[in-house]
Design a protein around this ligand. Structure first.
Ligand SMILES: Nc1nc2c(ncn2[C@@H]2O[C@H](COP(=O)(O)OP(=O)(O)O)[C@@H](O)[C@H]2O)c(=O)[nH]1
Ligand SMILES: [Mg+2]
Length: 687
């Protein structure tokens, strides 16, 4: 599409990549370069436009997606600055889903390119156009070629280098634009200065640049036969033709253009903006790709937040049409459209209208959840929306003051609505409120938000493990309950045989009474009494895998009752189980750990320390250079497993797990558990 034919919409970019690669700095640079701000803020000075939440400022890292806006050469843009921390990937995921294109920011570090693998995979799975921006080129000493090769190993799509750096031997001072065949010197906080050809250097195209340009054209020709023919016949394609290919191939997620720069010094930022301006598809193209219904106005919620004093804000991208005060969405009247992006354009933050492609907040809009596509009368599920990753870290939470219990539940439900990768659960057995997420930092931030926004004092503890107990041998137990007090007496007498069952056998009851020695009508009471005392066995945990066989007993025609038999049965269990060599059972999980292969042996050593049984390891299917390690691991060892896996694997590793079975736990480990249970203790964790 040529610029003239383009319908003016606001375009939206998500900026993603590893933590500390310079995304927030790049966004600040974009704001400066486009005149949206007059002075550069710095992450370390806590003065950037993005990262303005208290949680982000204290940590000097992005803790949630932040939309910013600017106008560049007459085009309106919203940029979603995303957190890079592994814990906080959910916001980045949601941002990428609604962006017209994604800028992946990378450190100029070969070793860290592997961290891009999950990101590239996600972008390709969803056919999202993306470019790679290799940042911090001011600190690079090696050739950009090696960086590119390392990044290419992580991407299924060809990476197409758009610029090559030029330097003075020790520093990179500028770049050659391989399409325009022009060279530039970087200028601090100013547009780069074009290097003019001279009589001694008639072309700015060095031999390296010529080769790199040929490579670029060859990669493009893989997607176009006409271009291929031209190259074979040594015909130089015209510059606009090359731009056309780049635009089309980016939109189709066929190639990944690679740009270089140093955000902190404003290097390469205008170049990046220009490339985006020419090559990023419009909202309508993206809406078609996402299957957003055409016709009337359509918007999609991609993030929900709760703001103090304001309440619920649903961040939406307007896919079709314009949205005005008084319009209907999902059957509700839209009355409060707010500015979502920084820097805020008006004092009141209240807007009356939002253009196609724009990102705005609907205030107190009660229809739809994150991902929902809103049209005039419906809030529909999107055609495709990634499910949040399964949680990897859990803490038990409680309000410091009992009176705040209800308030805490409500606050956490809202925090979970804000962040779909958080889960709130309730452990019936231990009566704990459990908050689960992607890691310790994730939960710390979530709880900080809950404390700040909802004015709560919250305690956290390590969640209790759902231990069980069983018995190792059987016993025959006689129990009699007899009481003679005043009028009506109580009498019941039973003999039961208590026996272990194989693992997974549960609790079973066998009625082996013959000749009515225990009358039929009392037998349910006996069974109930026996079961009562399996709730908490001699070690303090629920009893499993036991059969109770009632085979004999006595009764009294007047004094026997359901109550008496139930009591006798309880006595039989309490006394009987204690003689059956009770033994603790601990839950074991089936765990698959995914890491780059360089870290496999270290992870294996670490999980062995956690009493894991290694079942095997293999190459991770479809992931070059990654392994999967399959283990069985006790649940009690898994609480902070993700932290160690990440620590070993430079943050890249992760795992999936599912409950597998219960297994006997004996010795000192078991003694400790039983002791702690008696004292009703669980160790505290920090969150
Ligand atoms: N040397 C250098 N440092 C940079 C550059 N861009 C960002 N940084 C630094 O990298 C750190 C992380 O930057 P930030 O923008 O917060 O990264 P983010 O986590 O990706 O948002 C900060 O200390 C920045 O000053 C750059 O171009 N060159
Ligand atoms: Mg950031």
């Amino acid at each position: 599409m040529t610029n003239a034919a383009r319908v003016k919409t606001t375009r939206c970019i998500a900026v993603v990549g590893a933590q500390s690669s310079g995304k927030t700095t790049l966004v600040e640079s974009m704001l400066l370069a486009t005149g949206a701000i007059q002075k550069r803020g710095r992450v370390i000075d806590k003065t950037t436009v993005s990262d303005h939440s208290p949680e982000a400022r204290t940590r000097q890292m992005s803790t949630e997606l932040t939309p910013v806006r600017f106008t560049y050469l007459g085009d309106d843009w919203v940029v979603l600055d995303c957190p890079g921390a592994f814990d906080l990937a959910q916001d980045a995921t949601q941002s990428m889903m609604v962006a017209d294109a994604v800028v992946v920011v990378a450190d100029p570090d070969e070793g860290r390119m592997m961290a891009l693998a999950p990101l590239f995979r996600f972008l390709d799975d969803h056919a999202i156009p993306h470019v790679l921006f290799i940042n911090k080129m001011d600190s690079v000493t090696g050739p950009v070629r090696d960086l590119l090769a390392a990044a290419q190993r992580q991407s299924a799509r060809p990476l197409v280098l758009r610029h090559i750096p030029i330097g003075d031997g020790s520093h990179i001072t500028g770049y050659v634009d391989l399409v325009a065949e022009r060279a530039y010197h970087y200028k601090l906080d100013k547009p780069s200065e074009r290097i003019q050809a001279t009589s001694t250097a008639p072309s700015v195209m060095t031999s390296g640049a010529v080769n790199a340009r040929r490579e670029l054209l060859e990669k493009l020709s893989d997607f176009d036969d006409a271009l291929l023919e031209k190259l074979l016949e040594d015909i130089v394609p015209d510059k606009n033709e090359v731009y056309r290919h780049l635009t089309r191939d980016l939109a189709g997620d066929l190639i990944v253009p690679v740009l270089i720069g140093a955000a902190e010094h404003d290097h390469g930022v205008r170049r990046l903006l220009k490339a985006l301006r020419h090559e990023v598809p419009d909202a309508s193209v993206t809406a078609d790709r996402l299957g957003i219904p055409a016709g009337g106005t359509a918007a999609q919620i991609f993030k929900i937040t709760y703001a103090t004093h304001v309440g619920k804000l649903s961040l939406v991208r307007i896919w079709r049409g314009v949205l005005k005060d008084g319009d209907t969405l999902a059957g509700l009247r839209v009355s409060n459209i707010q500015e979502a992006a920084e820097p805020k354009s008006s004092k009141t933050a209240k807007l009356h209208r939002a253009n196609t492609g724009d990102v705005v907040a609907l205030c107190k809009f009660e229809a739809g959840h994150t991902g929902a596509v809103l049209t005039e009368h419906a809030a529909a599920e999107p055609k495709s929306w990634p499910r949040p990753a399964a949680p990897l870290y859990t803490v038990a939470v409680a309000a410091k003051a009992r009176k705040d219990d209800v308030k805490l539940g409500e606050a956490l439900r809202k925090v979970c609505e804000e962040d779909c990768s958080l889960q709130l659960g309730h452990a019936h057995e231990t009566a704990e409120l459990l908050l689960s997420g992607m890691g310790d930092v994730h939960l710390q931030i979530a709880l900080e938000r809950a404390r700040r926004k909802f004015d709560l004092d919250i305690d956290t503890r390590r969640p209790q493990v759902a231990y069980r107990e069983t018995i190792r041998r059987g016993v025959v137990q006689h129990a009699r309950h007899k009481r003679q007090s005043g009028g009506h007496g109580q009498f019941a007498d039973i003999k039961v045989e208590i026996n272990p069952l194989p693992r997974g056998g549960g609790i079973t009851f066998t009625d082996a009474i013959v000749g009515g020695v225990v009358p039929r009508n009392f037998i349910p009471a006996v069974e109930a009494g026996l079961r009562d005392n399996t709730q908490e066995g001699p070690l303090g945990f629920p009893v499993v895998d036991v059969n109770m066989r009632l085979f004999d007993g006595q009764y009294h025609s007047v004094d026997s009752s359901d109550q008496a038999f139930r009591t006798a049965a309880r006595i039989a269990m309490t006394e009987g189980l204690a003689q059956c060599e009770p033994v603790l059972l601990e839950p074991i999980h089936d765990v698959q750990i995914f890491v780059p292969s360089a870290f496999t042996s270290k992870v294996q050593r670490a999980v062995t320390q956690r009493r894991a049984q290694i079942l095997g390891f293999d190459a991770r299917e479809g992931w070059s250079g990654w392994d999967v390690i399959h283990v069985n691991m006790p649940e009690s060892e898994m609480q902070d497993l993700i932290l160690e896996v990440r620590q070993i694997s430079q943050g890249m590793g992760t795992y999936t797990s599912a409950f597998s079975h219960y297994q006997e736990l004996i010795g000192r480990d078991a003694d400790r558990v039983v002791q702690a249970r008696k004292q009703n203790q669980t160790p505290a964790v920090h969150a």
